[in-house]
Design a protein around this ligand. Sequence first.
Ligand code: 5RP
Length: 263
Amino acid sequence: MDWGLKNRISRIIKPETGKTVMLAIDHGYFLGPTSRLENPRETVTPLAPYADCVMLTRGVLRSCVDATLANSVVLRVSGGSSIIGEDLANEEIITSVEDALRLNASGIALSVFVGSKYEKQTLLSLSKLVDEGERYGMPVLAVTAVGKELGKRDARFLALSCRIAAEIGAHIVKTYYCDNFEKVVEGCPAPIVVAGGPKMSEKDALELTHKSISAGAIGVDMGRNIWQSDNPVAMIKAVRKVVHEDATAKEAYDFFTKLTKKK
Ligand code: 5RP
């Protein structure tokens, strides 16, 4: 692996712990102004200092994030469909690697839709991005299993999606937690980060984080369970406790409760 690629990966996955807390705020690229992400600048400004990496689109990066940001960014570069359109899976590459380099991204992300009508199209986009990413030292994060139509997100399906993404060359794979998550991790030679999914209680989200890390995930790429919390800064700090400090879910939740009482 060349120096540039390694250096960018080390800005996403912290070398001190080998783990990462990524903050996902890319939802608007197909959902529009999602609840509590209507004004991305307001959402991201207080949270960014606690995120090892922020995942977002170039439009939000340019207009809502100060260029003095100390932490890294992963740019979502796939899209082209919407929640009200024909098929969410019908995505293509919408941002060039050249623009990602210009924006000083530490990585680029795209979704693959294994099991959908657009499986081949999205997997070919992944292979194209990995080729370009390798050329320029830009790591690629493959997002698997978004969308309700893809059936059951069980270990068998997620293991299949993650393994295919890793075989094509994704440097990091993002997926969802499920029962027997160890099986998904075991079968995937690339490091895995876990998405939070729809908003649940903070206690449950910290439990999910802990179970994911215990099963071998190297971190989270979490959105709604952080910024849809009534106490988003306390929540991201609690998630960090689990990911970087090996806290149990209970310890992290107690920490969260303490922080919210202090407010
Ligand atoms: C959607 C994404 C989101 O970034 C991902 O779902 C993470 O956010 P959340 O924790 O809210 O599920 O990649 O395609």
